[in-house]
Design a protein around this ligand. Structure first.
Ligand code: ADP
Length: 492
């Protein structure tokens, strides 16, 4: 089969920059597409943190000291390149210190929309200058969601781009990048502003994600259940009509796991490894995890953990209601690693003081600790309000750490409720978004844990699951081929 030319652009890509699952997924997809034999290139902004951590990047000849105007502002940028670690995939980094040398990847600065407009337009510009005309641009989330509109406007009359197609993947519809309509000039659409959503403009806003959904040649999201939820329920966060208006709908492709990074048999972050056949390393990891986090070491006492952004989406308001009672009534330890909203930080700090020796809270972002938590915990809790895919439940399964999840999005697609009578199932799944449901689920998992034989069975079932990317990436490949093969006339 003829290899495809693919350009993936994302605001975060592992191993360069990460705030959540988006980075894991885009980093894995790049490698998968290359493994499948395609000419794939990755684009992302050169954040300050990336510049510092990856000093060996090279300037791309002919792509230095370029200029891009967004409305009345003008931005100087250059492009650096390097190979994605361990591969020959060309990565391109848009270097514009005025835009990207900021303390965090994302900001609430008034020019936030311009930071990602610049990134999107610079990517298009670079591909053209490099003579790399992809079959498909793969955009991710709101940050790059204007690219399909630019293909239909600025690039519509450029011959080489006539057959270029775009895919937009929605990793989380809760983030739409809404900007004030006063920023309309920054889009440089001229008379084609008529393509923007008039009802949004009437309300004084422009919605980048909505534009992506309207103009991309295909829209995907990261699990089949989430694809249904965003089209048919309020989880679409106002995008339901726009999504349903697409004749080809939304394709749900479950994310995969990169088992080179997340496998207890070879995890580079672990000092002892383990497998389904020999779980001694899991017990040793638990001891290390407890000791290093000030939790009393009692190997028989179940440890329930979480690694999460401290955001509303993650069901933390339920834990505020459910956890104290659970800790009073049942015998288990609890550990949370996370960063985010202050009200949750203070709740978990308070809980760690009140239940000293049983509860630990680690504030911040810590990749190595996240791996040790997967290895050393007995259960992993994800009571999410919504979860487009969720990666941690899939990591947990591989580490024999039993997921306790709410039946939503990718959690529903990747965890099956365990039935001790048949010995089938991989975790504990609850339906309702309320505190009694969380208490029921945690209580049920603790009861299973007390029954040694059925727990052993459950752990074996979990560890036998396979969510490797090899299975999922072919679905993207099929979609790309279908789009690339579509002999569409030139876009207008
Ligand atoms: P989301 O993208 O909504 O945050 P996902 O489950 O898809 O949720 O992905 C989260 C990823 O980010 C996982 O790899 C998880 O381990 C990681 N992660 C989240 N918070 C932290 C943290 N505080 N420290 C280390 N890793 C984290």
């Amino acid at each position: 089969m003829i290899p495809l030319r693919l350009c993936l652009l994302s605001s975060e890509i592992m191993p360069y920059a990460k705030t959540g699952g988006l980075a894991d997924v885009t980093g894995a997809l790049l490698q998968e597409f290359r493994r499948l034999g395609h000419d794939v290139r990755g684009f992302m902004p050169l954040y300050q943190s990336v510049r510092l951590a990856h000093p060996g990047m090279r300037p791309v000849p002919g792509l230095q000291d370029l200029d891009m105007s967004l409305g009345s502002s003008s931005h100087a940028f250059s492009v650096l390149t390097s190979s994605f670690p361990g591969t020959d995939i060309a990565m391109y980094f848009i270097d514009c210190p005025a835009m990207y040398d900021r303390p965090a990847l994302y900001t609430t600065d008034p020019d936030e929309h311009r930071r990602f407009l610049l990134f999107t337009r610079a990517t298009l510009d670079c591909c053209r200058r490099l003579g790399f005309i992809p079959d498909v641009f793969h955009c991710n989330d709101w940050h790059t969601a204007f690219l399909p509109l630019y293909l239909r406007t600025h690039y519509a009359t450029i011959q080489e781009f006539a057959r270029v197609r775009s895919v937009l993947t929605i990793h989380n519809i809760g983030y739409q990048g809404v900007m004030p309509s006063t920023a309309i000039a920054d889009l440089d659409l001229g008379p084609r502003v008529s393509l923007l959503d008039t009802s949004d403009l009437a309300m004084g806003v422009i919605n980048p994600l909505k534009n992506g959904i309207k103009f991309a040649d295909a829209v995907t999201t990261v699990s089949p259940t989430y694809a249904r939820e965003i089209c048919d329920t309020p989880l679409g966060m106002g995008m339901q009509d726009t999504l349903r208006a697409r004749p080809d709908g939304v394709v749900g492709i479950l994310n995969g796991v990169d088992y080179r990074d997340w496998d207890p048999r070879c995890d580079p972050h672990l000092s002892v490894h383990f497998s389904a056949g020999d779980l001694r390393g899991k017990a040793a990891s638990k001891r290390r995890l407890l000791e290093s986090n000030g939790i009393e070491v009692d190997p028989g006492k179940p440890l329930i953990s979480m690694v999460t952004r401290l955001a509303d989406q993650k069901g933390l308001d339920l834990l505020v209601l459910a956890l104290p009672q659970l800790l009073d009534e049942r015998d288990f330890a609890f550990l949370l690693l996370g960063s985010g909203e202050e009200r949750y930080v203070s709740f978990f700090e308070g809980l760690a003081v009140r239940y000293r020796g049983r509860v630990a809270f680690r504030s911040g972002y810590d990749e190595a600790l996240a791996h040790l938590i997967e290895a050393g915990s007995d259960m992993f809790l994800m009571p999410s309000r919504y979860e487009p895919c969720g990666l941690n439940q899939m990591y947990s399964l591989r580490y024999g750490t039993i997921p306790i999840v709410r039946r939503t999005g990718g959690l529903a697609d990747s965890v099956q409720h365990f039935d001790p009578a048949t010995g089938r199932g991989t975790g504990c799944v609850f339906n309702d978004y309320d505190a009694p449901a969380v208490r029921w689920a945690v209580g049920t998992a603790l009861d299973w844990h007390a029954e040694e034989a059925s727990w052993r069975q459950l752990v074996q079932n979990a560890m036998a699951q396979d969510f490797s990317w090899g299975r999922q990436s072919v679905q993207y490949e099929r979609l790309y081929r279908e789009l690339a093969g579509r002999s569409g006339s030139k876009r207008t």
